[in-house]
Design a protein around this ligand. Structure first.
Ligand SMILES: NC(=O)c1ccc[n+]([C@@H]2O[C@H](COP(=O)([O-])OP(=O)(O)OC[C@H]3O[C@@H](n4cnc5c(N)ncnc54)[C@H](OP(=O)(O)O)[C@@H]3O)[C@@H](O)[C@H]2O)c1
Length: 245
C-alpha cells in the first residue's frame, strides 16, 4: 500500500499541510493542490519529501481547475490512487442575520467542492480502484450556535461520503469521512488559549484539543491499510468529546 499517488486539497497549511507531509513521509507521491500553487507553505519540506510532492494551483470552488489539476497530477505521476478533500472554510454568525451569500460560500467550499472533486477524481480511480478521504467535522452531528452553515456543510460531507461509498464500492473505490474535533493549528493558536483552552481541558475526555499530526496519522493509516470492508463511515477523531455526557 505504499507508493500511491494521492491528491490533497488545501495542502498549503494547517491540517492539509500535515496530511501532505505525512503521506510523503510514508513514501506516497502527493499532489498538493493549493490556491497559490506553492505547495506546503508552513516551511520548506525536507528535500526527500519535496521530491515526492507535486505542487498544483487549484481553487476547489472552480470545477475546471479541479479537472485540470487531476489531469496534471495523473500526467506527472502516471495515475491517481487517492484523494483527500481537506480544503475548508469556517464562517460563523448569528443565524437570524446570516447572509445567504455566507451560507452559499461555506457550502460551495466545504460541500459542493467535495462532491465535484470526487466526481472529477472518479475517472482516474475507476479503472484500478482507490481511496477517497473527506475531512468532515464532529460539528456534523452537533447543534452549534452561530455555526449553521458550517454544521450543514459538514453534515453534507457525511452524506456525500455514504452515497459515493455505496455507489462506487463495485469499482473498489473506498470513500471515508474523517471528522475531527477541536484541532490546534498555527492559525487558531491564539483562539485556543484563554477561555476555550479551559473549556476544552474540562470538556474533552482526553484532556484538550488534538493536533494536525493526529489527523494526518489517521488519514495516512487509512491509505496504508487495504481494508475494502471499511467504507462510507464517518470516523470521529475528537478525544471522545462528541460522545461525552
Ligand atoms: N482545525 C480544526 O479544529 C478543525 C476541526 C474539524 C474539521 N476541520 C476541517 O479540517 C480542514 C482543514 O482545516 P484547518 O484547521 O487546517 O484550516 P486552515 O488552517 O484554515 O486551512 C484551510 C485550508 O483550506 C484551504 N482552502 C480554503 N478555501 C480553499 C479553496 N477555495 N480552494 C483551495 N483551498 C482552499 C486553505 O488554503 P489557503 O492557504 O489558500 O487559504 C488552507 O490550506 C477543513 O475542512 C476544516 O473544516 C478543522
Amino acid at each position: 500500500m505504499s507508493g500511491q499517488v494521492i491528491a490533497v486539497t488545501g495542502a498549503s497549511r494547517g491540517i492539509g499541510a500535515a496530511i501532505a507531509l505525512e503521506l510523503a513521509r510514508r513514501g506516497h507521491t502527493v499532489g498538493c493542490l493549493t490556491r497559490r500553487g506553492a505547495g506546503v507553505e508552513t516551511g520548506p519540506p525536507a528535500p526527500e519529501l519535496a521530491a515526492r510532492m507535486v505542487n498544483i494551483a487549484c481553487d476547489v470552488t472552480d470545477e475546471a481547475a479541479l479537472r485540470s489539476a487531476f489531469a496534471a497530477l495523473a500526467g506527472r505521476a502516471g495515475r491517481i490512487d487517492g484523494l483527500v478533500n481537506n480544503a475548508g472554510i469556517h464562517l460563523d454568525g448569528r443565524s437570524a442575520e446570516l447572509p445567504t451569500g455566507v451560507y452559499d460560500q461555506v457550502m460551495a467550499t466545504n460541500a459542493r467542492a467535495v462532491f465535484v472533486a470526487c466526481r472529477e477524481a472518479h475517472r482516474h480511480l475507476a479503472a484500478r480502484g482507490g481511496t477517497i478521504v473527506n475531512i468532515g467535522s464532529f460539528f456534523d452531528k452537533l447543534g452549534v450556535k452561530r455555526n449553521l452553515a458550517y454544521c450543514a456543510s459538514k453534515a453534507a460531507v457525511g452524506a456525500i461520503t455514504r452515497c459515493l461509498a455505496v455507489e462506487w464500492a463495485p469499482q473498489k473505490i473506498r470513500v471515508l469521512d474523517v471528522a475531527p474535533g477541536y484541532i490546534a493549528t498555527e492559525l487558531n493558536a491564539e483562539a485556543m488559549q484563554g477561555k476555550l483552552k479551559a473549556f476544552l481541558e474540562a470538556r474533552v475526555p482526553t484532556g484538550g484539543p488534538g493536533t494536525a499530526q493526529d489527523v494526518a496519522r489517521l488519514v495516512a493509516a487509512l491509505f496504508g491499510e487495504d481494508v475494502p470492508f471499511l467504507t462510507g463511515e464517518t470516523i470521529y477523531l475528537d478525544g471522545g468529546q462528541g460522545m461525552a455526557h
